[in-house]
Design a binder for this molecule. Sequence first.
Ligand SMILES: Nc1ncnc2c1ncn2[C@@H]1O[C@H](COP(=O)(O)OP(=O)(O)OP(=O)(O)O)[C@@H](O)[C@H]1O
Length: 373
Amino acid sequence: MRRHTGDDDLAPAALRTAAPASPHAAHPVPGPAYAISTRGLVKSYPGPEGTTTHAVRGLDLDVPRGETFAFLGPNGAGKSTTIAMLCALARPTSGRATVAGADVLTQPHEVRQRVGMLFQRSAMDPDLTAEQNLHIHARLYGLPRRHARRRAAEVLETAGLTDRRRSPVRTLSGGMRRRLEIARQLLHAPGILFLDEPTTGLDPHARAQVWEHLRALRETHGSTLFVTTHYLDEAENCDRIAIIDRGRLVAQGAPLALKAAIGDDRVVLRTGDDTAARQVVRGVAPPDRAVTVDEGGICLRVPGGSAWIPRFCAALEGHGIAVHAASATPPTLDDVFFHHTGRSLDGASPARPPAGPVAPAGNEAAAKAGGSR
Ligand SMILES: Nc1ncnc2c1ncn2[C@@H]1O[C@H](COP(=O)(O)OP(=O)(O)OP(=O)(O)O)[C@@H](O)[C@H]1O
């Protein structure tokens, strides 16, 4: 994700001049029950050769207070752009958003005061100590010196880094640094934290520690966490997930509900001759199901997958094809992601059958599942 700075930055004065008849006026947002609310949020950029890049195309999002919300999407889907608008770092082309009770268009300063933003690239000075980095940040946020000291001590404690407060940042482990970055964003006690891939590049142990820290924050301070991640297990542990693709929201819900909506199990068969076996399986499976072959074997999606396995095996044996292994697994979050975007959450795009019946030619979902993005 890129950090939004430079000519796209919001100039508060410019925002205050937003005319009532602007493209934003037609999108009233709900009240402060939500930490984040958007209606018809759009961001377009001038593209190459006079074209327009529609980074975000009409986003309607409601994130209740205290929720841990995963915002997922393939590369270039519009996640950073959305976060930049929600943190009042980029001005929406049209639509509305309120964040922590402040309007991103008319109260950008308030928005920035009320949110914490953790970007992937560290903005800490590696040669200064943990404590010194926190003091500088606190002073930048306008905290009086004594208050800054006290807050720094508090957030260091929350991050479990009190004993490393005098260590230069360069001597901290990756996980400690990330926890320190989070601590830094907590100095001004924001109610909402935007975390852009907070654990990318960390080992599993450090990832677990960062999440433990985030969970503790949520439990003790009721913080709302808006997180992007490419890790399935992290998304799985969030209260709700939204998936954005090509600037549009394509799915939203609790992880369990999203998986249940996919419905079909994934059946994989390994045989002595997968190419021949595929024809046999196609003859037995419901006619609207795609059957694919890759290095993992023959793969298809059917409801009640395990009940189909004996039928496939019997048919294959009837054709003299040996079955080496067979499995049926319920949908995963990655299946959900693939179903809606045609991509895998980790960025890969393996050949695999779409969930549900095969869409007719020309259908967007079928095109995406074929990887034709
Ligand atoms: N400042 C900009 N000027 C022009 N186009 C931009 C700008 N920022 C983003 N875009 C374009 O907007 C689209 C969405 O980009 P964005 O960075 O929001 O996606 P993303 O989901 O965060 O992707 P990634 O996961 O790769 O960081 C992309 O096509 C991108 O090239």
